[in-house]
Write a protein that binds this ligand. Structure first.
Ligand SMILES: [Ca+2]
Ligand SMILES: [Ca+2]
Length: 387
């Protein structure tokens, strides 16, 4: 084994020993990795089809303690050309994935593998060829893992990391769902971002667009000769590893931005008539009341001090709004939403939500479905903490 690689293995082993001791203390459940569940690693420098069929231990080492290799299947393979641009988000949520990333990726990218940090590995790639093992007959030897495929092409590996307390499950979900500028995203949420390219050369005058958009990223580079970018391992049989827990973000009183509202209205008004003349679709308008239902009741004017006219759109049963409205959330203060079908005058009442203390039921950055009444079929809001 190359000396450098060996050093990574030792470092990872130490890290995992710490994690394991902690896990035993808390009686953490082990997580199963099924025999058909592929494990991708960034291709090592010497990756080639001859490694296919080779046995590896759960540290991804092909040598046992005595320095002996274990070939499980003969290195017989087939090659297929493909042409696939894609982005995959790998949330590092178990010790096996952490080992795979730490051994083959982190050190080259200048990322420390640390049990107090959480990591997402964004794989942006163009696959041009896959060479796959052809398993001939029964296994000739025993091993935990078998090298199954070598993927060729070019890739930009992006590693986003942060402390376990700030890089929460919800933030990872937001990272996955949101497009946009990764540098801005990571600086906003105190995350770190590093990247490592394989088979890509930056075009003159371009800088690496740290974006979630694969086309933008790949567009900044000239693709070189296709080279091995990923190696896929398969467990010989079900394996077990320790989960890495991701914290769930909690709501605390403070300032939030309403970043998104989704609502759906019934096909007709409560009396069965169409929303508008000539069967025209409704024009949903959303009023928000802080503090629950006003004592004097609601009307279509939004004249109460606690009322905000939040959103409006024309001719649709189903709407998504991005109001980006700032709101101060205090404990025990319910939010209450009323939806009207806006007309020239005398708007049609459409429905309302049950007043809800969202601090108690929801999670920041995740859609919070509220209970609905009237002709409202569903209604959800998404809130983002504002520092
Ligand atoms: Ca109407
Ligand atoms: Ca209409």
């Amino acid at each position: 084994m190359p000396r450098l690689l060996h050093a990574f293995f030792v470092a990872t082993a130490l890290l995992l020993a710490t994690t394991a001791a902690h896990a035993d203390d808390t009686q953490a459940l082990r997580k199963a990795i099924a025999a058909n569940q592929p494990i991708w690693v960034r291709a090592p420098l010497d990756a080639n089809p001859k490694m296919l069929g080779n046995g590896y231990d759960d540290n991804f080492s092909e040598y046992d303690a005595a320095g002996k290799g274990h070939r499980v299947f003969a290195a017989k393979s087939t090659s297929a050309d493909i042409d696939r641009y894609d982005v995959q988000f790998v949330q590092i949520d178990d010790a096996m994935k952490l080992k795979a990333a730490a051994n083959f990726l982190f050190a080259s990218a200048g990322v420390q593998a640390n049990s107090d940090s959480r990591y997402v590995w964004i794989q942006v790639f163009h696959l041009t060829k896959v060479v796959s093992l052809v398993r001939g007959g029964a296994p000739k030897d025993a091993a935990k893992l078998v090298a199954e495929k070598v993927y060729y092409g070019s890739a930009c590996n992006i590693i986003v990391s942060g402390s376990a307390s700030t890089f929460t499950l919800d933030l990872a979900a937001k990272l996955k769902s949101g497009g946009g500028d990764l540098r801005q995203f990571t600086s906003k949420y105190n995350l770190d971002v590093k990247y490592l390219t394989d088979g890509l050369k930056l075009k003159p005058g371009m800088s690496v667009p740290l974006e979630q958009d694969a086309n933008k990223i790949m567009g900044a580079f000239a693709e070189g000769k296709p080279q091995p970018i990923f190696v896929e391992f398969l467990p010989m049989q079900e394996m077990f590893t320790l989960p890495i827990e991701w914290a769930k973000a909690k709501f605390v009183p403070g300032k939030y931005k309403i970043t998104r509202i989704d609502l759906t209205l019934a096909d007709s008004k409560a009396d069965g008539r169409p929303w508008d003349a000539l069967g025209d679709l409704p024009d949903p308008m959303v009023y928000m009341y802080t503090g629950g239902k006003p004592k004097q009741g609601v009307n279509s004017l939004c004249s109460e001090a606690s009322c905000t006219n939040l959103a409006f759109t024309r001719n649709t049963f189903k709407a998504t709004f991005t109001p980006d409205k700032l709101i101060d959330l205090a404990e025990g203060v319910p939010l209450y939403f009323v939806v009207w079908d806006k007309d020239m005058s005398e708007h049609d009442y459409a429905g309302e939500t049950v007043p809800t203390d969202v601090l108690k039921v929801g999670t920041p950055l995740q859609s919070i479905p509220l209970n609905v009444e009237g002709q409202l079929r569903n209604f959800s809001i998404t809130l983002e903490p504002v520092n």
